[in-house]
Design a protein around this ligand. Structure first.
Ligand code: C2O
Ligand code: CU
Length: 543
């Protein structure tokens, strides 16, 4: 097992996109940030120095951080912010992750520009990939760009109580591509050789949009998602929610005189809300002496094609081989049903700009999460009272027709609070995420820190506990850390609480995170030392 070190100074740097230059927050001056490389089982030590004017924390999305929530990163959940001029060392011990995970800032909306891929190769001296070794690996990070400062977009959203301004472009490896002004030149290009196989390591780092992705004339074979191998699954297009990663095999088997565009655009389940309806592009070129004759563009599903999303997601399966077995809990110790709602709070004189003069909010089981002023982890570890409350409910306050039209108005206004769920060590948990039609029916990418989970089922409409489990996949469900809950539908996950610590759970749309679609799972220590949280490192930032 090897230990490697990385150094990530956080600083502002000028970037020009869409004919305008602005200073953005970066890691090491790079956008997207540097790719980290390691092997399964390795330890990576990352030193973060904050040379910017604003706070920062970093999160290693998809790394379970066994027994070590201290290095997980979400602000006010596992740590206080790293203030300008200070630094923090994160110790990242990889366990069973293999494939692509990623890293991103986890405070305010800093992750819009502070993020990068984290590639985890197969274990050293192990059996290698469960597929033919690719000729080359290519990280592809999908992002979202605003002409104005992202911190201003957030400020304005909070001030007005309205939805945030939609982004001005999507990006592929930091570039909007040829359909945008001043963008053709920097467009991301991949050079391939005919007959070779490439592994694309796709990350959706966009803030507020689930995305479609495709490459003209080439089918893509998914071989991994969220740092875990999948059964090879070939598709003409991919759907990827913010937070998710996909490992895709691409065979360079087309005539070498073509220019093959790759493209990404939003899946927006609700056009009333408004969304960035632009398409970002990059290009694949074959190495040949002749000039390309013809350009090809890929087909992408319509922006509101929820069936395309659900059909793609339902095709994902764990590899479930002897070397990569699944361990789906067949018996459930603890059941939860969690509603995902958009809400509204009243404003003095209806002076906010949300629906009917209200302020938009969001909730889980009708509780809109409020960030504490010191971190939950520190408070839990040192038994500091008054920071959070236990008792996040196991089910919504009312059973009703969640996806119907006549929803109880009482639920429009959720309770506010810092409510956490405490779970015993080594229990099996089933969670059903149920979307609601309050204010607006939307899709929600739900993400859990500290664990991956098996996505055992999806459905449209209301989850019916009497019948839904009959359709569950308990054989080879995908092992994910972020699940796209369909618009006006539900998703069911199962996992084991085998990682003691304090773990954030939230919608990975940043506007929803900010509005309170969050909670915290505290997994208690087991009896043996090896089943307990590690002690805190020296030099944690203070609030
Ligand atoms: Cu990708 Cu809580 O994060
Ligand atoms: Cu959401």
């Amino acid at each position: 097992l090897s230990v490697s070190k990385a150094y990530l100074p956080i600083k502002e740097a000028p970037y020009t996109r869409l004919c305008q230059t602005k200073n953005i927050l970066t890691a090491n001056g790079e956008y997207p940030g540097p790719t980290l490389y390691a092997h399964a089982g390795d330890t990576v030590i990352v030193e973060v120095v904050n040379r910017a004017k604003s706070n920062i924390t970093l999160h290693w999305h998809g790394v379970k951080q066994r027994r070590n929530p201290w290095s997980d990163g979400p602000v006010y959940i596992t740590q206080c912010p790293i203030k300008p001029g200070s630094s923090q060392t994160y110790t990242i011990v990889l366990s069973d992750e293999e494939g692509t995970v990623w890293w991103h800032a986890h405070n305010d909306w800093a992750r819009a520009t502070v993020h990068g891929a984290f590639i985890v190769y197969p274990r050293r001296h192990g059996k290698g990939y469960p597929f033919l070794k690719p000729h080359k690996e290519i990280p592809i990070i999908l992002g979202e760009w605003w002409k104005s400062d992202v911190s201003k977009v957030l400020e304005e959203m909070v001030r007005t109580g309205d939805s945030p301004n939609v982004s001005d472009a999507f990006t592929i490896n930091g570039q909007p591509g040829r359909f945008y002004p001043c963008s053709e030149e920097g467009m991301f290009e991949v050079m391939v050789k005919r007959g070779m196989r490439y592994l694309l390591r796709l990350v959706n780092a966009a803030m507020n949009d689930e995305l479609f992705f495709a490459i003209a004339q080439h089918r893509l074979t998914v071989v991994g998602s969220d740092g875990s191998y999948t059964k090879p699954y070939t598709s003409d297009y991919i759907t990827i929610a913010p937070g998710q990663t996909m490992d895709l095999l691409l065979e360079a088997n087309r005539p070498s005189d073509g220019l093959y565009y790759m493209a990404t655009k939003a899946y927006s389940s609700n056009s009333v809300v408004g969304y960035d309806n632009t398409t970002a592009t990059a290009v694949i070129k074959y190495s040949t002496k002749r000039a390309p004759l013809k350009a090809y563009f890929p087909f992408l599903p319509a922006f509101n094609d929820t069936d395309a999303v659900v059909n793609f997601s339902k095709g994902l399966r764990s590899l479930a081989s002897a070397d990569h077995p699944v361990d789906v809990p067949l018996r459930v110790d603890h059941r939860m049903v969690i509603t995902l709602s958009i809400n509204e709070f009243p404003c003095a004189n209806n002076s906010c700009q949300g629906p009917n003069g209200s302020r938009l909010a969001a909730s889980l089981n009708n509780i809109s999460f409020v960030d504490p002023s010191v971190d939950v982890l520190g408070a839990y570890y040192s038994s500091i009272k008054g920071v959070f409350k236990k008792g996040f409910p196991n089910k919504p306050p009312l059973v009703f027709n969640f996806t119907g039209d006549d929803l109880p108005l009482s639920l429009l206004q959720p309770k506010k609070g810092t409510k956490v769920k405490v779970l015993r060590y080594n229990r099996t948990v089933e969670m059903v995420f149920q979307g609601t039609n309050l204010v607006a029916p939307l899709n929600h990418p739900m993400h859990l820190h500290g664990h991956s989970f098996y996505v055992v089922g999806y459905g449209r409409g209301n989850y019916d506990k009497k019948t839904a489990h009959r359709g569950f996949n308990l054989v080879d469900p995908p092992y994910m850390n972020t699940v796209g809950v369909p618009r006006g539908g539900w998703a069911a996950i199962r996992f084991r609480t085998d990682n003691p610590g304090v773990w954030f759970m939230h919608c990975h749309f940043d506007r929803h995170t900010t509005w309170g679609m969050d909670t915290v799972l505290i997994v208690k220590n087991g009896k043996r030392r090896a089943d307990q949280m590690l002690p805190p490192p020296a030099n944690r930032p203070s609030c």
